[in-house]
Design a protein around this ligand. Structure first.
Ligand code: GUN
Length: 293
């Protein structure tokens, strides 16, 4: 079993990005600028956004954090988005999800200019991705693809089960892994809450992507020996022995699954840091090339 160390790999990629940024600065060209919009005080969202802003600083990007209270109206949020769309200094921006219940997330996503949609959530980017056209790939699936690539894990012809069909992870992941591409060419099964006999699928899988948001859902008896395990879950479970009162656990029961796997991502320190670095890669691209030209 080998750990897929997302923390280390993301640091390597950040160093590569920092070199590119210093070259950009030496040449007097525009420095990439990411803006993040954070609504309310969801502790997990705060922590993710903090990590995104800190990562921008680490690589030398400009960053802007726009914070508003949870009682902001949808109209007010849409005005902020329109302002960011029009602000030529901002190359890309994200609106951290989830949003308060009274705000329609679909309307918010649709309001983002696809050219600045470095989360890759807008249907224009999603559609381009699905057709294999140049697009901003959603950060978590992009991070997973990058990790499989950099670790030299062969995907071609492999059986892959993606568990969870969210718009931001499971569904795009299933599309990317089935594409005709260097990381791709898998035979993909997209499993979800209505899937019957999930174990019959996962036991046949060479690669399992767990993205359902249920702590420890994938257990050792569901996994074939030698499988590659990618754990997307970042679940907070109460733990009085920790100073902050909780610990982070994945969707995979690491202790029973790890001994059967060939490669496995830890939680924390696996997919999470790769997601952040993917956002940075998309932002650099938004600054350097116009994929719509
Ligand atoms: N909430 C959970 N993951 C993400 C993400 O990748 N981007 C945004 N904007 N919100 C999220």
């Amino acid at each position: 079993m080998q750990l897929l160390d997302g923390k280390q790999l993301s640091n390597t990629i950040k160093e590569e990005l920092a070199v590119q940024v210093s070259q950009i600065k030496e040449q007097g060209e525009k420095v990439p600028h990411l803006a993040a919009v954070l609504i309310g005080d969801n502790p997990a969202s705060e922590s993710y956004v903090r990590s995104k802003v800190r990562s921008c600083e680490q690589v030398g990007f400009e960053s802007t954090l726009i914070r508003r209270k949870a009682d902001i109206t949808e109209e007010e949020l849409l005005e902020i988005i329109a302002g960011l769309n029009d602000n030529s200094d901002v190359d890309g921006f994200i609106v951290q999800l989830p949003l308060p219940k009274h705000i329609n997330e679909d309307r918010v996503t649709l309001a983002i200019d696809p050219k600045k949609d470095v989360d890759g959530f807008h249907p224009v980017n999603f559609g381009k991705m699905a057709q294999g056209l140049p697009a901003y790939l959603p950060a978590t699936p992009f991070g997973i693809v990058t990790m499989l690539d950099r670790y030299g894990i062969e995907t071609s012809g492999k059986e892959c089960v993606v568990v969870g069909r969210s718009n931001i992870v499971g569904t795009p992941m299933s599309i990317l892994l089935s594409r005709k591409a260097k990381v791709g060419n898998c035979t993909v099964t997209l499993a979800h809450s209505r899937t019957r006999n999930l174990s019959a699928h996962t036991l046949n899988a060479d690669i399992i992507i767990a993205a359902i948001g249920i702590p420890g859902f994938i257990t050792g008896e569901m996994v074939k020996k030698g499988a590659v395990i990618i754990d997307v879950g970042i679940n907070r479970v109460d733990d009085d022995s920790k100073k902050r009162g909780y610990r982070l656990v994945g969707d995979v029961d690491f202790d029973s699954v790890a001994p059967k796997s060939s490669f496995i991502t830890p939680v924390p320190g696996g997919v999470g840091p790769m997601t952040v670095v993917s956002l940075l890669m998309n932002t650099l691209r938004a600054c350097r090339e116009n994929q719509y030209e």
